[in-house]
Structures are given as C-alpha cells and as structure tokens.
Design a protein. Structure first.
Length: 156
C-alpha cells in the first residue's frame, strides 16, 4: 500500500482554533504541486478543497484530523524549501492589521492579482477561504470567515 501514498514534506506549525485552543505540531504538504514546479505552497494546500487535514501534535504519537473551518490562524516559519516562498517582487505589497476573533496580526499582504484589481479589498474578496499574511519569516494563514476587520497601515 505504501506505493499509493503521496510523497509529502513535513512542516512545523502552530494552529490557533476558533475556540482559543492552540496546538503545536506538524502538517504534511504534498511534495509536488499540480500548479507549478516544486512543492505545493502552504497557502495552496490550505485553500485546496477538502474540509479536514491530518495534523500531528507535538505531544502526540498519532495524527488527528483537523477541521479547516475551526482553524482561526495557522502559522509557520519559512523553511529552506519552496513551501513558503518570499513575496513576488513584481506584486504590490500592502501592510495591514488583521482582526480575527481575539487575534490581532500585522504584516504584509502580497496582492498577486491582475491589473485593475490591486486593492486590498480585491484580494480579500477572492474565493479562497484563507488569506496569507507575511510577518517577517512567519507566514500566517487566517480564515477569512473569522476576520472582523482589515486595516491598511500607512507607512510614514
């Protein structure tokens, strides 16, 4: 049966659930992307179809299935793989503060949208359920249904 397994890359993450519980552990990202060369990016994986994903908590020996709808924020530090790419330098970057439930996060949104749709509003209204916020070496995937406000931070 092992020949039927999809090769994966293990990534350490912290997951904050909507009910306030926080879990540290590992997720398993497909090693090859169907959309581009290299591994599947974490935002592609989290925004893909499917309501559940396997998660191995640090204090557990066996994985559990996590419900994406209950994930408030999934955070990961940038590894040396292509899973969490640096922002595309050709795309506009907007500094924002995101309020979701009790969480307040500040970072950069990379607006990788077609010309004429380069506002934060355009990016937030995309169909994907999670938005990707860059905060230094950390990437936060925030469930958009749980976002109350997004405030553009003007750099002075």
């Amino acid at each position: 049966m092992s020949e039927l397994r999809v090769p994966t890359v293990v990534l350490a993450v912290e997951i904050e659930c909507a009910d306030g519980r926080i879990f540290a552990g590992r997720i398993f990202i497909p090693a090859a992307s169907p959309l581009h060369d290299g591994p599947t990016r974490i935002e592609e994986w989290m925004n893909a179809a499917g309501s559940f994903f396997p998660f191995l908590a640090d204090e557990s020996g066996s994985p559990v299935l996590m419900n994406k709808r209950e994930v408030l924020v999934l955070s990961a530090t940038v590894p040396d793989t292509g899973l969490l790419e640096e922002p595309d330098l050709d795309s506009p970057v907007r500094r924002v503060r995101v309020e979701a439930e009790k969480r307040r996060l500040e970072g950069n949104l990379v607006i990788d949208m077609p010309p004429g749709h380069l506002r934060v509003l355009d990016y937030l209204n995309r169909a994907e359920p999670f938005l990707l916020l860059h905060e230094g070496a950390v990437r936060h995937l925030i469930q958009k249904e749980r976002v109350t406000r997004v405030i553009e931070v003007r750099e002075e």
